[in-house]
Design a protein around this ligand. Structure first.
Ligand code: AMP
Ligand code: GLY
Length: 428
């Protein structure tokens, strides 16, 4: 089989790496992909952008691609899967209708209310003065979210009133997120520990993947501004077996049943971002795709061949699949460009990836890189996902940081406490 992956980040490199291990697969293409995907023995990249739907379709037909796997949310929300399927081509991911679960926070909140899925109390506003009056009445802490897709930057967790009112002003008056902020959702502030559950869905059946936890803040101790994710680990000990069952029964199954009942059957990955406290799990957000960097720690633990599972999702046969994971935990540490998540420089030469990967169980997934005259250079905020699997979590963490120590580029920075929360939870 020939498989095309849409996207260019660490998530897509991890997907290509896992898919390339399938004996069913002869070739994995990335559009536009990245040098990590191109370096796989079955890998190749083609310079087609994720929004170039006709270019993607032409490539699928020219190469006789058997399956297209869509990484990022934007092309999903814009209907890439619908477009390919209408042309008779197989594609993994939700339709544009189903992708509204991520594309509109107000849609997701109203959907959860209709289907009794636990989530924070909320209200939506099209008018800045109404939003401000509501926030004043509720008081801080409170959470302000731009309704539409804002590349992970549209959420403000406001610990005081000034911050909350400024967030409303930024989104609705200053249009900091363009049309994505014309409507805002205001949410009750939740406390607890966050975890991510990604689940395979075929429209009716749901199979959750192993749990994971992201680290969104840029600095150690969850300090500083939010990023796309500075590291992750799997499994997340906060998700006990009992919680896993509750998440399936209270969140994932009602979501998939609800989407089907409303005429938007959900196929693809449903990602539940959860807040977990003594009351149980509550949904912070739904995403309609593989998480980044969660995918980079979940896929290395997946024992089962990913490709038949993806195809079973497309064909409504997921109930036939049994999916197994290795017990060994996996950790990924993001190496980011100096300045990220603010303004940062690109083009720094990267050294040491081969040395880092010499140790068994280490994989360096490339997130923001480019190859220039044979030299690998940084080309984004998050540059590398240095990933390690080992028998115990402390060993996996130590191995990931040993690998980070072998890699260098100018201005690189990373968190030094990835996995720390899990260690504290596991401590006797
Ligand atoms: P989201 O993009 O909706 O996942 O929000 C980004 C981050 O903001 C989440 O990962 C949480 O850390 C935080 N957050 C979002 N909603 C809430 C909430 N209602 N209460 C507390 N923290 C939240
Ligand atoms: N790790 C957060 C996300 O993928 O949105």
């Amino acid at each position: 089989m020939k498989i095309l992956i849409i996207g260019s980040g660490g998530r897509e490199h991890a997907l290509a790496w896992k898919i390339a291990q399938s004996p069913l697969v002869a070739k994995v293409y990335g559009a536009p992909g990245n040098p990590g995907i191109a370096s796989l023995s079955k890998g190749a990249c083609v310079p087609i952008g994720v929004d170039d739907f006709s270019g993607i379709k032409a490539f699928v037909e020219e190469k006789d691609i058997d399956l297209t796997v869509v990484g990022p949310e934007d092309p999903l929300a814009k209907g890439l899967v619908d477009y390919l399927e209408q042309g008779g081509d197989r594609a993994f991911g939700p339709s544009a209708g189903a992708a509204q679960l991520e594309g509109s926070k107000a849609f997701a909140k109203a959907f959860m209310e209709r289907h009794h899925i636990p989530t924070a109390a909320w209200a939506e506003f099209d008018d800045a003065a109404d939003a401000a009056a509501y926030v004043r009445a509720k008081g801080a802490p409170i959470v302000i979210k731009a309704d539409g897709l804002a590349a992970g930057k549209g959420v403000t967790v406001a610990m005081d009133m000034d911050t909350a009112l400024r967030a409303i002003d930024d989104a609705m008056v200053r249009h900091a997120f363009g049309s994505a902020g014309a409507r805002v959702v205001v949410e009750e502030f939740m406390t607890g520990e966050e975890a991510s559950i990604l689940a395979f869905c075929d429209g009716t059946t749901v199979i959750p993947m192993a749990s994971s936890q992201d680290h969104k803040a840029v600095f150690d101790g969850d300090q500083g501004p939010n990023t796309g994710g500075m590291g992750a680990y799997s499994p997340a000990p906060v998700v006990t077996a009992a919680l896993e069952r509750r998440i399936l029964e209270e969140v994932l199954q009602p979501a998939v049943r609800g989407m089907a009942a409303e005429g938007n059957p959900y196929r693809g990955i449903l990602y539940a971002g959860l807040m977990i406290n003594a009351e149980g799990p509550k949904v912070v957000e739904f995403n309609v795709r593989f998480g980044d960097p969660e995918t980079q720690v979940v896929l290395p633990r997946m024992k089962t061949d990913l490709v038949p599972v993806l195809i079973a999702c497309c064909e409504g046969r997921l109930h036939e699949e049994r999916i197994e994971y290795h017990d060994a935990p996996c950790v990924t540490v993001v190496m980011a460009s100096g300045g990220y998540p603010g303004a940062y420089e690109k083009g720094k030469a990267i050294s040491g990836i081969d040395a880092a990967e010499e140790e068994a169980g280490v994989s360096v997934f490339q997130a923001g890189t480019k190859l220039e005259d044979g030299v690998l250079r940084s080309n984004g905020g998050r540059v590398l996902n240095v990933t390690a699997t080992e028998a115990t979590l402390p060993e996996a963490i130590a191995k990931a940081y040993r690998a980070v120590g072998k890699i260098a580029f100018d201005g690189a920075h990373h968190r030094t406490d990835i996995g720390g929360k899990a260690l504290r939870r596991m401590a006797p």
